[in-house]
Design a protein around this ligand. Structure first.
Ligand code: PLP
Length: 544
């Protein structure tokens, strides 16, 4: 650190030698250019005044001032957060893409990002009707255009009437636009065969992520052994571990049964709960159905068992149902937790606290960027409802275009309406294609030696188990990498295919997996799977 030059010294034009070079350096910047706002005498003409030199020293002093926010001083809960879906492998994929653009030769010409469930990014086309309504809401002058169908205009007018100043640009109520919450409630009633839904229990959210985070936030309390424990499936969608970490809650793992198509066994829930009681206060049970990354669809019996368990053990249930439209396997059907809860009778339906989540991001629409979603929260203590609304109101409201997109998901064209046939055609085309790709991925993975893949009953991912030879495990350790991260990095470097290592989702000790989306177009998916097969065989040979 440099000392300030004394007034006498400045007046005499004397600057300590140690300051001179550094001062000029600071004024000119590392690249020889002055930092913004610093005035330099024209080079080679005037000599530096002592005042300029002194101010250069001051600037240098400022430049070396210690940062307030450092890795040591930052919020340790945020530092502990990990989110594998956008983790180091994706960073590496980005670097490789840059190298390809610079013309650096690789054994492939493009990076295929099969790491994230982002349908449109993988080429899926938007559902026309949804976009028409959002476009009309965004630019109401289009309501006069003959290019838009009447049923889209009708919905857009209704949404706009629910907006302040009839504009999508106005804040809405924190719980979301009333008429959209009514549409969500009607959708739930239709979906659940007439089980009543109250718009007052519906909260529109910024994607499902925001709803899940808000509910967890309000649930976490206590210190030491009474700190809230949150039970999550392993493998899990890493939003859960990330939020638990951020809130400094206690993660309580229960394992899905890979040998039985990743099913959920209540005995395992009991084991996990009983062990957790020794170190925390487990009061939340999260279920993902259909599962991410595991793709299982829970049977009605299993859901009933889980609800009974939650009732018995006084657990708050979180049902993540964002993949409710993504069910492919014959004999599998989506059953909502809400419906099963009501079918179990009033003792359950009047008592079990349940929050269930849905989103515009998945299903057949894949509108991740709109950040639309809703949650239905049942049996909440009346005092807590106010607290929840207060918490949501701090962030004002979810994006209004996302709310409009959510409306179309729950209020699509019906038979007899102008847009119905095109809507159904588009929706079925997406879902039939996904079903084909789910089967293709399962079949192709199971043909590869050392790979086993459970049926992709639903959702958007394959989560195959891979055999990694001990020599490769040793090499991974030498690189301070989890063995499946090492495998996925090699896969990326050699084939350009970007998938997420199983360790990012959690898996049983000594087992290795990766998650791959089935979103690439079918021809691309076939090529990708062939490349993966060749890579895996070579990998086994290399580390045999
Ligand atoms: C199981 C699960 N829950 C929640 C989300 C978050 O979705 P959203 O985009 O609605 O926030 C995802 C996204 O992939 C998911 O897979």
């Amino acid at each position: 650190m440099h000392r300030f030059v004394s007034a006498a010294g400045r007046a005499a034009g004397r600057v300590p030698a140690s300051c001179r070079g550094a001062g000029e350096e600071a004024l000119r910047g590392a690249a020889g250019r002055p930092p913004r706002g610093a005035r330099l005498p024209p080079e080679g003409t005037a000599r530096w005044s002592s005042a300029a030199k002194a101010s250069a020293v001051k600037i240098n002093e400022k430049a070396s001032r210690e940062k307030i926010l450092t890795l040591e001083s930052m919020n340790p809960q945020v530092k502990a957060v990990e989110y594998a879906v956008r983790g180091p492998i994706v960073h590496k994929a980005g670097e490789i893409e840059k190298e390809l653009r610079k013309g650096i030769k690789k054994p492939f010409t493009e990076v295929i990002k099969a790491n994230i469930g982002d349908a449109h990014a993988m080429g899926q086309r938007p559902i026309t009707f949804l976009r028409q309504v959002v476009a009309l809401c965004t630019y109401p002058n289009l309501l006069d255009s003959p290019s838009f169908p009447e049923d889209a205009k009708k919905r857009a007018r209704r949404i706009l009437q629910g907006c302040g100043g009839n504009s999508l640009g106005a804040y809405t109520a924190s719980q979301g636009i009333n008429c959209i919450r009514e549409d969500v409630a009607s959708y739930i009633e239709r979906r659940d065969g007439g089980v009543p839904a109250d718009p007052d229990n519906i909260y529109l959210t910024t994607g499902a992520s925001d709803g899940i985070t808000s509910i967890l936030k309000i649930l976490v309390s206590g210190g030491g052994k009474s700190r809230t424990g949150v039970m999550i499936p392993i493998p899990q969608y890493p939003l859960y571990s990330a939020v638990i970490s951020e809130l400094d809650a206690i993660q309580v793992n229960y394992y899905l049964d890979e040998e039985n198509c990743w099913s959920l066994d209540v005995n395992e829930l009991r084991r996990s709960l009983n062990e957790a009681k020794a170190y925390c206060n487990p009061k939340v049970l999260c279920i993902i159905n259909p599962g991410n990354p595991t793709g299982q669809v829970q049977s009605r019996k299993c859901i009933e068992d889980v609800i009974h368990f939650a009732w018995e053990e006084k657990l708050f249930l979180l049902a993540d149902e964002v993949y409710q439209d993504n069910v492919y396997s014959e004999g599998c059907q989506f059953h909502s937790f809400k419906k099963v809860l009501y079918e179990m009778g009033p003792e359950y339906s009047n008592n079990v606290e349940l929050a269930s989540f849905h989103s515009t991001s998945k299903g057949y629409m894949g509108e991740c960027g709109y950040r639309g979603g809703y949650m239905e929260v049942l049996n909440l203590h009346p005092d807590i409802k106010g607290q929840l609304v207060k918490l949501l109101s701090v962030r004002l409201c979810p994006p209004v275009s996302g709310q409009a997109a959510m409306d179309i998901v729950v209020n699509p064209p019906v038979p007899g309406e102008e847009s119905y046939s095109q809507f159904i055609k588009e929706k079925e085309s997406v879902l039939n294609n996904l079903a084909k790709k789910a089967k293709l991925a399962e079949d192709m993975f199971n043909k590869v030696p050392g790979v086993h893949c459970n049926p992709l009953q639903g959702a958007l991912y394959a989560f195959p188990r891979i055999f990694i030879p001990s020599k490769a495990i040793e090499e991974a350790k030498a690189h301070k990498m989890a063995p499946d991260m090492f495998y996925c990095m090699k896969l990326l470097e050699e084939t350009g295919i970007c998938v997420v290592p199983g360790s990012g989702f959690g898996q049983r000790e000594g087992t290795y997996h990766f998650r791959m989306t089935i979103l690439p177009q079918i021809d691309k998916l076939k090529i990708l799977m062939e490349k993966m097969k060749d890579f895996h065989i070579k990998f086994l040979e290399k580390y045999a």
